[in-house]
Design a protein around this ligand. Structure first.
Ligand SMILES: Cc1cc2nc3c(=O)[nH]c(=O)nc-3n(C[C@H](O)[C@H](O)[C@H](O)COP(=O)(O)OP(=O)(O)OC[C@H]3O[C@@H](n4cnc5c(N)ncnc54)[C@H](O)[C@@H]3O)c2cc1C
Length: 400
């Protein structure tokens, strides 16, 4: 196996495969290596629908080998350290060098930052759509719920798909309504943030949905512990005097979105943003090039790009990385600029969705000829039927 690559890509997820496929479509002679230890590739955006019981979880996973583009070499190893001064990195099995590096190993789910959560997850009403293993259990919980406290949490860190912690609450509310259980249910959303959704035009509709399902919003509440034996969630918050206090909330069912950060091996590397405890790869927000190392690019969830972390954002980031990298290789000044575009298909019930698209300035950037600030049946169909097909057949093939 070659140990030097013209372009080395770390992570064969949404971002890594998109970039590799687009590069090879532009020039099939490029020598590309993709490092990723995972045997399986996941389509994570459908896990919300899995949790709502309307998507088969097995359709969200495919063998990694089936998505590696022809012409790229898959190195089935795990990156441990970076040495960008010497254009090398080490894995659990060896050392590799490169001319250009693309860093996109995704985000780390810090389950263990919540006391008691790792042991509690996946049983007795504690669930999360943030993993392939537990997303189906969310629907089990919904089916078994006979009324009582249904709790949904959102941490203070950036998370992948900022809408996912509350989308599942809307689906749960609609499910309980359809089963006549809504009057017996107390739906509560606890977020460490000061808002529900950062873009006012979409937030307005979401607040109407919250009202429709009778949910209560609790801001500045950060989940710190699950006491599974007692079915109690503990939140860090402040009292009326502004002093920190712990608040206990009993639950019958709890959906947790864990705190998230860059993977530890990125955080502790020279590629991480200096002084940032979450350790994102430090890139220029327009060119996606590293702010210190000019032959390094990053995109996707692991990058420092100040936009919402989604696959939709990667669809606009990947062509910018590809164009700028090709310009670099050809000794031309890189021209590609990313405008922060991202999208969050906010499922608000069965057959209802607000398709939120926006840019760095949190201004709506709608691409459909309808009012996307409103719930739309057509947008639900886009999420449930069109986007999964597009992902496997167009995006991962470098065609979209
Ligand atoms: C519940 C949920 C709902 C979501 N909903 C939406 C949605 O509706 N719309 C949307 O656009 N996005 C959504 N997303 C977000 C979307 O899935 C992510 O933004 C996207 O997958 C990020 O792509 P990525 O390539 O950066 O990371 P990933 O796709 O996570 O891939 C990272 C890859 O890096 C690899 N890796 C990790 N560590 C190493 C290492 N040490 N060495 C080498 N490789 C490594 C991993 O094995 C993995 O294959 C959702 C996510 C979740 C969890």
């Amino acid at each position: 196996m070659a140990t030097h690559h013209q372009i080395l890509i770390v992570g064969a997820g949404n971002a890594g495969i998109s970039v590799a496929a687009q590069l090879l479509r532009a020039d099939s002679k490029l020598k590309i290596g993709i490092i990723d230890p995972s045997e399986t590739h996941y389509y994570q955006p459908a896990w919300t629908l899995v949790g709502g019981g309307v998507f088969n979880v097995n359709k969200t996973a495919r063998p990694q080998a089936s998505v590696i583009p022809t012409g790229a070499q898959w190195i089935k190893e795990s990156v441990q350290t970076f040495d960008p001064e010497n254009n090398t990195l080490t894995t659990d099995a060896g050392q590799y060098s490169y001319d250009y590096l693309v860093v996109c190993p995704g985000i780390q789910l810090d389950w263990n930052k919540i006391k008691g959560l790792p042991e509690a997850l996946g049983k007795n009403g504690v669930t999360s759509n943030y993993s392939f293993k537990t997303a189906p259990y969310t629907f089990e919980c919904l089916k078994n719920f006979k009324g009582g406290n249904a709790v949904f949490t959102d941490p203070g860190t950036p998370v992948k798909c900022g809408g996912a912690p509350h989308k599942i609450m809307y689906m749960a509310g609609d499910y309980l309504r359809m089963n006549g259980l809504l009057p017996k249910s107390n739906l509560q959303y606890f977020t460490a943030r000061s808002f529900l959704f950062a873009v006012p035009e979409y937030n307005k509709t979401l607040l109407e949905v919250v009202e429709r399902i009778g949910a209560k919003l609790n801001f500045f509440h950060d989940l710190v512990e699950i006491r599974a034996d007692e079915k109690i969630a503990v939140f860090n918050t402040k009292n009326e005097a502004g002093e920190p206090v712990l608040k206990e909330q009993p639950y019958d069912f709890i959906h947790v979105c864990p705190p998230q950060s860059a993977p530890d091996f990125v955080k502790t590397s020279p590629l991480a943003m200096k002084g940032d405890p979450l350790g994102w790869v430090d890139v220029n927000k327009d060119s996606l090039r590293h702010n210190t190392y000019r032959n390094v690019y990053s995109l996707g969830d692991a990058s420092s790009l100040p936009t919402s972390k989604t696959g939709a954002a990667i669809r606009k980031q990947a062509p910018v990385v590809v164009a700028n990298l090709l310009d670099d290789i050809r000794n031309k000044a890189p021209q590609g600029v990313y405008d922060g575009y991202t999208a969050c298909p906010l499922v608000t019930g069965y057959g209802k969705l607000v398709m939120a698209e926006f840019d760095y300035d949190k201004k709506p950037a709608m691409s459909f000829p309808i009012d996307q600030t409103k719930e739309q049946w057509s947008m639900y169909q886009v999420k449930r039927r069109l986007l999964p097909w597009m992902y496997w057949n167009m995006i991962l093939k470098g065609k979209a």
